[in-house]
Ligand binder design. Sequence first.
Ligand code: SF4
Length: 237
Amino acid sequence: MKVRLSEVFTSVEGEGTLCGTKTLFVRMAGCPFECFYCDTPDSLPLDSGTEYEVGEACGLIGRSLQPNTYKVNFTGGDPLAQHEALAEMARFVRSTGVPTYIESSCYDSGRFAAVAPLMDFVKIELKTIDSGFVRPESHGRLVQSALECLAESVRLGKTTYVKIVVSARTAPAGFGELAEGVFRTAPAAAVSGFVIQPTHGVAEPPLDLLLRLYDLVRPLYPEVRIVPQLHKMIGAP
Ligand code: SF4
C-alpha cells in the first residue's frame, strides 16, 4: 500500500486544548474541500507531497519521533482521504507507545469508523456554512457526517475535542445551530473540549463577534474556549 505525505515534522501543538505540547505532525496529502481560510493549500491535491510505501512512511515516522513527544498528529489535508494508509501508520505509532491524534473535518463517517479505534485523541472540526467548505446544498450532509463521527468517537470512549473555525463572515445563527447539534449528539460530559478558533490573517473576526459566539456555546458547555493558533504567533510550522 502507498501513501502520500506532505511533511513529517516536530513542532508545538498550536491548536485546541492540548496546545503547547511537543507533537510530531504527519501531514497527509489530499482533501476534497476548499475552505477559504485553509492554511495548508499545498496539501489539498491528492497527488501532492511525496509517495511512500506505507512501511517506508512508518520508518520515517519512527526516525522522526523525538524523546518526550506527547502525541503524533495525523493531519492534512484531511487524513481520511487516505484512510487505509492512515490505519496502518496509526497502528505503527501505537506500537511505539506514543498516543495518536486525528484532526479531520470528518466528511466520511464510514472511513472515520475504520480508523477511530486506532486513535487516542480525536479532534472533530465542524464547518460553518460560510467557510466555503462545500456548496451550501451539501453543507447539511457534511455536518451530519461530522456529527456521526462525534457520536462514534464518544461511543468508543475516545478523548474527543470539537473545533469550529470562525471568521468575520461567521453568522451567529448558523454557528449556534452547529453547537446545538454537537450537544444533541454527545453529552457535554463526554466532550473534552470545545474550541472556537479565530481565523488568522484572513477575515479575522472582531472581538465582539467572538464573544457573541462564546455566549452561544457557554450555556451548553461551560468550559468552551476561544483559542487562536499558538504556532502562528511563535513562528512555528
Ligand atoms: S477541510 Fe481542512 S484541509 Fe480541507 S480545505 Fe478545509 S481547512 Fe483545508
